[in-house]
Ligand binder design. Structure first.
Ligand SMILES: Cc1ncc(COP(=O)(O)O)c(C=O)c1O
Length: 448
């Protein structure tokens, strides 16, 4: 590079004729590190159901459902057929300028499965966009500046969503200044609280801090909303005591603040109910959705009741691609598939079976400090044996590598990457869970 003139490598064009394997080798010259430099960079040529078929000729169990996206499995035939049929008719339509049938059908269908009174939608393309939209909605409607979020929360990568995120400091590194008006308080995280075996005290710790913040930092009259993941995802697959969410609801109602549930990761059957809100019996005012919504076709949504949503002034927010016809058709097919195949019930049963298996592993393996979960959103947490819950990311990473070499892909979570999520598609079979537990058991043996 001379001054601000960049000299281009003429060889780049020759890459067009390279094989997939050769392209994989040159990926770091083509793809931004923040896009592609993750673990394990597994080259995949095909995906079906639970399985990924690698370029290396091996078959891998996807025990993270591509981050909770393929809840009905990869390339479910009903989803692919619906998307293909829609694609033949219309690929794109910018909602508002034109209208297409699938976005309206989806909007008519969602209230059937959503908790409470959520019946009006803004569709975008991702979780971050849904979170960003929800921030704009609550600020615009209430004309209040502040949002309260939680330590350990992950809400996405756009600026507003990154500002709300507090699961790992690296997600925020070098990005200041953030969006103003965001405050973080502790989440009710049972395993990491000072009272791991006393859920009431764990709730009190968190709610007490919130109450202090509302007295000393920011008055409730300035708070547009509290944003919370009802089960934390990237933060470590943390299931709070139900009372935590009940108290948040009460405080929001009492103090006239809105409650937003970010169900981007916990939604669409992952916890054994359509949404975690239903698993806990708590209704938010606003909900954000994405990931499992359309089985891999890009789609996200901000959901609220008409009374609230219709006060969001037109033109303040908008989208070119949001509510894409193919993604909406895929979403309808995803919802119908979950219903037709009884996947909520299956997720509950398989989740219990999987968690029992993980608890057995914990009982016999000292580096596992905790096994937890709700439905098929489960995790094990690695600690340094003999310490008081000291996170052990190195052992978690070694476990992940061993599991991958045996044909199971999972992924870390938690503040240090010390936890390992196990979140297979909702139609995973007992036989497949047994196979996963065998791989987990063998992998753990190699670590000792
Ligand atoms: C709870 C939650 N919210 C928001 C997001 C951001 O979603 P996306 O990556 O689609 O922007 C994620 C992604 O992991 C998430 O888990």
């Amino acid at each position: 590079m001379v001054g601000n003139v960049i000299s281009y490598d003429k060889k780049t064009s020759a890459r067009e004729s390279q094989t997939f394997a050769e392209l994989v080798k040159s990926r770091s010259k083509m793809l931004a590190p923040s896009f592609a430099e993750d673990w394990p960079n597994l080259p995949v040529v095909r995906a079906e159901g639970l399985y990924l078929y690698g370029l290396d000729g091996k078959r891998y169990m996807d025990f993270m459902s591509a981050f909770g996206v393929v809840n009905v499995g990869h390339n479910h035939p009903a989803v692919v057929a619906a998307a293909r049929e829609q694609m033949e008719k219309q690929v794109h339509g910018s909602v508002g300028v034109t209208l297409h049938e699938s976005v309206l059908r989806l909007a008519a269908l969602l209230p059937e499965i959503l908790p409470g009174h959520l019946d009006m939608f803004f569709f975008g393309n991702s979780g971050s966009e849904a979170v960003e939209g929800s921030i704009k909605l609550v600020r615009n409607v209430t004309r209040r500046p502040a949002i309260i979020a939680f330590m350990g929360g992950f809400h996405g990568r756009s600026y507003g969503a990154t500002t709300l995120t507090a699961s790992k400091s690296v997600y925020r590194t070098g990005l200041d200044p953030f969006v103003a008006g965001v405050y973080h308080v502790p989440y009710a995280d049972p395993y990491h609280s000072s009272h791991p075996d006393e859920p009431e005290k764990c709730v009190e710790e968190s709610i007490g801090s919130l109450e202090v913040a509302l007295k000393r930092l920011i008055a409730p009259s300035q708070v547009a909303a509290i944003m919370v993941e009802p089960v934390q995802g990237e933060g470590g697959y943390v299931v709070p005591p139900k009372e935590f969410l009940v108290r948040l609801r009460e405080i929001c109602t009492e103090k006239d603040m809105l409650l937003i549930f970010d169900e981007v990761q916990s939604g669409f059957g992952r916890t054994g109910e359509w949404f975690a809100a239903q698993a806990f019996g708590v209704e938010p005012d606003v909900m954000t959705l994405a990931k499992g919504m359309a089985s891999g076709f890009p789609l996200g949504a901000v959901c609220a009741h008409q009374d609230l949503m219709s006060r969001w002034e037109p033109t303040v927010h908008g989208t070119t691609f949001g509510g894409n016809p193919i993604s909406c058709a895929a979403s309808i097919a995803t919802i119908e598939t979950i219903k037709r195949e009884g996947l909520l019930q299956k997720a509950k049963e398989s989740g219990r079976y999987l968690l029992d298996g993980l608890k057995e592993l914990k009982a016999t393996n000292r580096p596992i400090g905790d096994a937890r979960g709700l439905g098929l959103m489960t995790a094990i947490e690695f600690i340094v044996p003999g310490t008081d819950r000291e996170p052990n990311a190195a052992t978690a990473k070694a476990f992940l590598n061993e599991a991958l070499s045996r044909g199971m892909l999972t992924y870390p979570c938690g503040s240090a990457g010390q936890a390992v999520r196990l979140a297979p598609p909702l139609n995973v079979t007992r036989g497949q869970i047994d196979a996963a537990m065998k791989i987990a058991g063998e992998s753990l043996k190699t670590l000792q």
